[in-house]
Design a protein around this ligand. Sequence first.
Ligand code: PGA
Length: 254
Amino acid sequence: MLKKIIIANWKMNPLTLKDAERLLVGINKELSKIKKTGIVVCPPFVYLEKLRKLSRKVSFGAQDAFWGETGAFTGEVSASMLAEIGVKYVILGHSERRALGESNETINKKLKAAISAGLSPILCIGENDRDENHEYFNFVKNQLLACINGIPKNLLYKIIIAYEPVWAISTTANRRDASPADAKEMAIFIRKILSDKLGTGMKMPRIIYGGSVNNRDAGEFLTQGGVDGLLVGKASLDVKKFTDIIKIAENEND
Ligand code: PGA
C-alpha cells in the first residue's frame, strides 16, 4: 500500500502573510506524532518562500507553474523557479484554472516542464457534472489522456492524479456531495486507463480524491474511496479540520 498523502489547496487564501504564517504554525504544532503521512501545503506563490522555512514536517507546493523556464512571459512563474526555492509539488489543471481558460494542451506542457524541473505535479481531472448515460467516464478519460500525452511511461508515476468532480467542490454553485463509492468507481477507472497505457511492471501514479473533503468524511474516503490521499480546499484553512484529516490518514497508514 502506498502511504497516504494529504494535500492542502489554500487557493487564494489567506489575505495576509501574517495569517498564512499563523495557519501554518498552527498546523505544524499538531504534527509531532505524524510519522508516515505525506503532508503538502499549497499556498499562494507569494507566501511560499517564507512559509517553507517554518516547517520541516510539511512539504510545499504551488498552485500552478508555467511551461517556459525563463523569458518574456509577463506574470508567469516557472516550475524551475519553484524548484529553486525548495518547492516540491505543483497543482496543475485545477478546475478553477480550467474555468479561466486553461486547456488540456497547456496543462500537458506544464506537466512536462514540472517533471523536468523535478517537481511532483498534482494533476486535477474531473467532470463538471454527471449524466445518465455515463458520458462523464469518457470525459475524464479524454481529459487524462490529453494531459499526459507524450510523457514517457517511466515518468508517469511522478504525477499524482487528483480526481476532483467539479460538482462536488465546495465553491461550485448547487454542489452535491460525492460519496466514497463515486470516488472508488472513478479511481478504478483511472487505474485501468493507466495500466492499459503503461502495461505491467511499471510504477503507477498515485490517485487521490478532492471535493469538499472534511474531517467528518475523510476517513470514509480513505478507507472506502480506493484512493491514496486527499486534496483538501476549504477545510485546509481550518487548523483543527485539516490536522484532524491528517491524523485520520495517519491511522490508516498504521
Ligand atoms: P474543496 O476544494 O475541498 O473546498 O471542495 C478542493 C479543491 O478545489 O481542490
